[in-house]
Design a protein around this ligand. Structure first.
Ligand SMILES: [Fe+2]
Ligand SMILES: [Fe+2]
Length: 157
């Protein structure tokens, strides 16, 4: 044992979070390549940036799972959607972030009930970043809806 009482419930939550992150990574990287290919370089760059943030989340979750003597999962909990239009992509991404926020809010509460403040703090840290991602995706979607082609033109490069 590495000094902390092990809660299987907490390990399961950390792994559920990790599986979610792995799905998000796969999705954002797929979009990154598709957007790059369609010459939407600026938007592609944004997806890459968020994808890398999710990689860091997946890594932090794995570190915590290992510390608790659990085994980090390497299986995503979903499949990346391919070939979507930009508006659909953003809808997908907003869905992923919204679901992560719901999940991490719940997880933080359970960690508190399990008296694991460190795991709770980790979920809260991730939560804050997912809210940032949601906000960014939402803003881009609003702009695309309001301004259409003229806004899309600013995302190329
Ligand atoms: Fe994340
Ligand atoms: Fe996120």
């Amino acid at each position: 044992m590495k000094g902390e009482p092990m809660s299987q419930k907490v390990i399961d939550l950390l792994n559920q979070g990790r599986a979610r992150e792995l799905t998000a990574i796969t999705q954002y990287m797929a979009q990154h390549y598709e957007l790059e290919d369609a010459d939407f370089g600026k938007l592609a760059g944004k997806l890459k940036e968020v994808g890398i943030a999710e990689m860091k989340h997946a890594e932090k979750l794995a570190e915590r799972i290992l510390f608790l003597n659990g085994e980090p999962t390497s299986k995503p909990d979903g499949v990346a959607k391919k070939g979507q239009e930009i508006a659909e992509m953003l809808k997908t991404d907003i869905g992923l972030e919204t679901e992560a926020i719901r999940m991490y809010n719940e997880a933080a509460l359970t960690c508190a009930a399990e008296k694991d403040q460190i795991s709770k703090g980790l979920f809260e840290e991730l939560l804050k970043e997912e809210e940032g991602h949601l906000d960014e995706f939402q803003n881009i979607k609003d702009h695309v809806e309001k301004l259409g082609a003229s806004y899309l033109a600013t995302l190329t490069g």
